[in-house]
Design a protein. Structure first.
Length: 669
């Protein structure tokens, strides 16, 4: 057996931020200062190393999560630079799952923004140690104290500066290291005392130590507290805050030191059975389809067989490549704790678990597509190519959720917003040579049960067939999803038939009485019968949707609409008009918070009524208002709101037509 050489100290770090906080610029300077690249790229000029898609270079925004790496003081750092725009939140979601540490970048001018909060909550849910890096300290309007107050108010009071910025805007001259006892300029000693107190407050033992020893003022005394702080940061008990101006390279080396010091090494035993997860799919012009894999246990080599636990399929690794922007090289081996692109996994999808699944963390569900659009193509002969191209793009971003209606010759996509549509159009043109347009986006509603009840089906005609099912159905709390259970004897309904029913229930709920997905429902199979002679193996494929739709029809469903939580800051002179607009949009909001000549309003508003409001607000206030929104779940629509969409396929309630339709499909397959 081949022995695996010891790996260098490693970090897997995601770079996250709200759009325009300087995330890609920071990544570019990390690569430059570490010696990974020889010349600095520029986001605005389209030359950044991690923005290599044509559309990214043209728009100056990140669309896809990009992997790169650098070495710093003996530490090898895998970096994933993620998009900052909310329309590409799915890329952020997939990257979060495989990170051991994070750098969350904030603008020293704008402070905590909507996407910042969304990402922060996901980082905390997954327990990922995080460094907060306040960028753009050289810009007009930069205010470190205000941003820190923002962080403590909207993110966490455990965010703790380990530096003190020197100046701001045009006078910004870097930041002092508070762990350096020699730093005794005005404010440094007070800031250092607050840092030590933050550490002391994490436990009674440390607080006693602080009371006994006081705040140290020597490098030796500070070193002990710094070691404790490092342990606390690596366990997400405290969050280091740093300051910089990435566009000028100020604070970059200190940030690299902080990554090595405050973010943890990945665990994992390289000699254990293989366990990993696919978090990204890409197509390379030379290598073809590549699956990006984070390995949590074991070692994977070229030509190794690998079990796809999610699909229950076996595949073979052809090559393992380290990807750095547009460049990649065959490294031949992937060990526990590392990330690489694996070739040969033709069946693997994003989210698939490989090997045993040992140590693979849960997903962070952030991105919820709220809009649906129909795709239109220029020429009829392009139709097959458009279908193939969108299947390929949906393979790389499953949340697109392509719906291909062959009979109607229609294509529908789920999307996050208008910027994503613009990028998709450009991708289809540049990568596939296709010209497409999109219909007007419409809001994605959902349905849920009005109450509890039963659904029943006796599928016994026309022979040969026999499938009898009875479901108990009840509504669940909002956000609970689907809970399915079976309580029937195996002698009444064989296990393979019970498994078929379990597989078909989620499909049957994709279209309710109004044509929308039915959610937050508990379904229990309480009666089931097969016939020893007449039952066909596919009878329960036919019967399950009929039983579920019978239940929905008996009980009734109600519409749910997507909601946004918002924070709106506006000049006081526009306050009355804005609040009137919010009432008209069916928003609920708290009393405005005045500060100077401006006011801030917090509340919730339906997506359907607020789609165009950001544009209207900007025009009305001449760009002086700031609106931050993020998805905040679904809630019941008022009685006067109606939203119905055409059903796709034959309705199982139309029993005769539905059975005929499905049987024809079965006989022709």
């Amino acid at each position: 057996m081949n022995s695996t050489p010891p790996s260098p100290s490693r970090r897997n770090v995601g770079i996250f931020a709200h759009v325009d906080a300087g995330k890609t610029t920071t990544t570019e300077h990390l690569l430059y200062e570490s010696g990974r690249i020889r010349a600095l790229g520029d986001v605005d000029r389209g030359t950044a190393s991690t923005d290599w898609l044509d559309v990214e270079r043209e728009r100056g925004i990140s669309v896809r999560a990009a992997t790169t790496m650098f070495q710093w003081n003996g530490v090898s750092v895998n970096v994933v630079d993620t998009p900052g725009h909310v329309d590409f939140l799915s890329e952020v979601e997939r990257s979060l799952r495989v990170m051991d540490g994070a750098v969350l970048i904030l603008s020293a001018v704008e402070g905590v923004q909507a996407q910042t909060e969304v990402i922060w909550h996901a980082l905390r849910k997954l327990g990922i140690p995080t460094i907060l890096y306040v960028n753009k300290m050289d810009r007009v309007g930069a205010d470190a104290a205000r941003v820190l107050n923002d962080i403590h108010k909207h993110l966490s009071p455990l965010a703790t500066p380990v530096q003190q910025p020197v100046g701001a805007a045009e006078t910004f001259d870097g930041a002092r290291d508070l762990w350096n006892a020699a730093e005794r300029e005005p404010g440094a000693i007070e800031a250092r005392t607050r840092l030590i107190e933050s550490v002391a407050q994490t436990s009674e033992a440390l607080m006693e130590r602080y009371f006994e020893e006081g705040a140290p003022d020597t490098d030796t005394g500070l070193a002990a507290w710094r070691t404790t702080f490092r342990s606390l940061a690596r366990s997400s008990a405290l969050f280091p805050v740093l300051f910089g101006a990435s566009s000028k390279g100020i604070g970059i080396r200190e940030l690299m030191e902080a990554i090595a010091l405050y973010l943890p090494e990945p665990g994992g035993d390289a000699s254990a059975p293989v366990s990993g997860v696919v978090f990204k799919i890409e197509r390379d012009k030379t290598m073809g389809r590549m699956a990006y894999v984070r390995l949590y246990q074991g070692t994977l080599r070229n030509r190794d067989p690998i079990r796809n636990l999610t699909l229950g399929a076996d595949e073979k690794v052809t090559q393992i490549r380290k990807v750095d922007g547009q460049k990649s090289e065959d490294v031949g081996v992937l060990t526990a704790g590392d990330i690489a692109a694996v070739c040969g996994l033709q069946q693997a999808r994003i989210g698939d678990v490989l090997g045993t699944g040992e140590g693979v963390p849960e997903e962070a569900k952030l991105a919820v597509p709220l809009l649906t659009v129909q795709v239109h193509w220029a020429n009829e002969q392009d139709y097959p190519r458009v279908v193939a191209a969108l299947h390929e793009l949906a393979d790389e971003d499953p949340l697109l959720s392509l719906q291909w209606l062959q009979e109607e010759r229609e294509l529908h996509l789920k999307v996050m917003g208008p910027i994503q549509l613009e990028i998709l159009s450009r991708l289809l043109e540049s990568r596939f040579g296709l010209s497409v347009t999109f219909g007007q986006p419409s809001v994605i509603y959902k349905e849920t049960l009005r109450g509890a009840g039963e659904g029943f089906v006796a599928y016994t005609m026309p022979k040969p067939c026999w499938a009898i099912l009875r479901f108990k159905m009840e509504p669940l709390p909002r956000g609970a999803g689907l809970r399915y259970d079976a309580q029937v004897r195996t002698e009444d309904l064989l296990p393979q038939y019970q498994n078929e029913v379990a597989r078909r229930v989620p499909e049957a709920l994709q279209q309710g009485l109004y044509g929308w997905e039915v959610v937050d429902v508990g379904i229990k199979l309480v009666e089931g019968q097969h016939h020893v002679w007449h039952t066909h193996p596919l009878d329960f494929v036919v019967a399950t949707p009929m039983g579920i739709m019978d239940g929905l029809n008996r009980i009734g469903t109600k519409l749910l609409e997507p909601m946004l939580r918002f924070r709106l800051t506006v000049p006081e002179e526009f306050g009355g008009k804005v609040m009137n607009d919010l009432v008209l949009m069916r928003a609920t909001f708290e009393a405005p918070e005045p500060h100077g000549d401006r006011m801030t309003i917090h509340g919730r508003v339906p997506v359907a009524t607020s789609l165009e409001y950001a544009v209207k607000l900007g025009s009305m206030t001449k760009g002086r208002a700031a609106l931050s929104t993020f998805f905040d779940g679904y809630e019941e629509c008022p009685p006067d709101v109606r939203a119905e969409r055409p059903r796709r396929g034959v309705n199982p309630l139309d029993t005769a037509k539905y059975i005929l339709s499905v049987r024809n499909a079965l006989s022709s397959s």
